[in-house]
Design a protein around this ligand. Structure first.
Ligand code: NZQ
Ligand code: ZN
Length: 395
């Protein structure tokens, strides 16, 4: 979600300029929290904010395990709980104030994308005199410093643990959008920590991963771009392993593969040298701002309708996607195979199936269409009327 570029049209498409580096050290696999803490303790400050959501980590024992590791190393813990799915700007400000008051010098996010994203903003905001939202959306300047942070992933899908972009909802402004915060210096990816994630969230998260790879792939690139080939591999692997979970939701091999797919899809590797699309994400984020719906599920509803609109604008790309990911013959058949796969997974296919704080009416969808970000490097730039049309086709 981070770096949707703004212009892909007009010029000959070659590998784009890029700088590539990896600031996040990943500890992957069962028991990797112990390994990570043993290696990283010297770099973790004395006062650690232990940040989490509504309590799933307390129920499944992850919180106790992490707390023990920190206390065993003599760290002072500042608890910050209640980070909600689709984290709000107000919650991030609350965390930043606490971090300042308690002189926190390290933040540990323990949770899914929502907890990790909120912590990225807490980290940067706590070191700023100005307002981080105003910097991002008003001044176009980004924070250069933040309280160092780490991430312990308990629900995979977003890939938030390996990038510095945070998706935050500013409730009063009715806007859900990216804010550049701080990236984690290290991330623990232990598939065993995801065992307690409810099946629908597991699949919604995995669909988010699939969406990241599809959206990246459908941006602007040259025909034989290596990042596109990698994106297709991530998509194919995500679908294969989601199908394994449909047969056995506790298949830990499949969960492990999906956890790495998730990180791979959003750690920047697939974006090297190319422009990215992310139009479905822009629409879904605004749908989230108005309805607080689940991110992966919102994407599942929007994707097929959006792709039916643009399939003729990128026939070669959609045909390759159809063949590699769904073993289908034509571009259109690939889009329908994607729609069928969403149904097969039991994910929502209509707006009325989304859990929402407000009823999703045509009026709400009008507001979403009128306010969402429009990306220029997707196969075709959409107009607001067409976005509204796409959204109403999902009713
Ligand atoms: O509140 P808690 O207790 O954490 O419960 C969560 C929440 O209810 C639960 N959960 C997490 N780990 C669990 C667990 N339940 C049982 N056992 C566990 N081990 O799962 C629910 C959903 O969690 P959440 O963090 O909201 O899900 P997800 O990881 O899908 O994150 C979604 C957020 O990330 C943003 C989305 O927009 C949304 O706000 N995104 C962030 C991105 C990024 N930073 O790169 C990219 C994405 O495109 C996305 O926009
Ligand atoms: Zn996403």
């Amino acid at each position: 979600m981070i770096d949707a570029a703004t212009d892909g049209g007009g010029m000959e498409v070659i590998m784009n300029k890029f700088i590539f580096s990896y600031p996040t050290k990943v500890y992957f696999g069962e028991g990797s929290a112990q390994q990570a803490f043993a290696a990283e303790l010297g770099r973790i400050g004395e006062t650690v904010m232990l940040a989490y959501g509504s309590g799933s980590v307390k129920k499944n024992g992850v919180y106790d395990e992490i707390k023990l590791l920190l206390e065993g190393a003599g760290k002072k813990i500042v608890d910050f709980s209640g980070i909600m799915p689709n984290p709000t700007y107000a919650k991030a400000q609350e965390g930043a104030a606490l971090a300042r008051n308690e002189h926190v010098d390290f933040i540990l996010a323990v949770g899914g994308g929502s907890v990790i994203d909120c912590c990225k903003v807490i980290s940067a905001q706590a070191m700023l005199d100005g307002d981080i939202w105003d910097m991002e959306y008003g001044k176009g300047k980004f924070p250069t410093a933040g309280i160092p942070m780490g991430a312990v992933v308990t629900a995979s899908g977003t890939g938030a643990e390996m990038n510095a972009g945070a998706v935050i909802t500013y409730e009063e402004k009715k806007w859900k959008g990216p804010v550049f915060g701080t990236g984690a210096t290290f991330a623990v990816l232990d598939p065993a920590y995801t065992k307690s994630v409810p099946p629908m969230q597991v699949l919604s998260g995995a669909f988010d991963t699939l969406s990241h790879a599809m959206e990246t792939y459908l941006g602007t690139s040259d025909q034989d771009n290596v990042s596109d080939d990698l994106a297709l591999a991530v998509m194919r692997n995500t679908v294969v392993n989601m199908r394994r979970l449909l047969a056995d939701i506790n298949d830990m091999q499949a969960r492990s593969n999906l956890m790495w797919d998730s990180a791979m899809a959003e750690n920047g590797i697939l974006k090297c040298g190319r422009l990215t699309d992310f139009q479905a994400h822009q629409i879904e984020h605004q749908l989230g701002a108005y309805t607080d719906c689940n991110h992966g599920q919102g994407l599942a509803v929007i994707h097929p309708a959006y792709y039916r609109h643009i399939v003729k604008d990128a026939p070669e790309k959609f045909t390759r996607f159809a063949k590699v990911v769904f073993n289908a013959d034509t571009a259109e058949a690939g889009v329908e195979a994607l729609a069928g796969f969403i149904t097969e997974c039991g994910l929502p296919t209509k707006m009325s199936q989304l859990k929402s704080t407000v009823e999703i009416t045509p009026e709400v969808l009008r507001q979403v269409a009128d306010t969402c970000n429009i990306i220029k490097c997707n196969p075709r730039e959409l107009g607001r009327e067409e976005i509204y049309e796409i959204l109403t086709e999902c009713l």
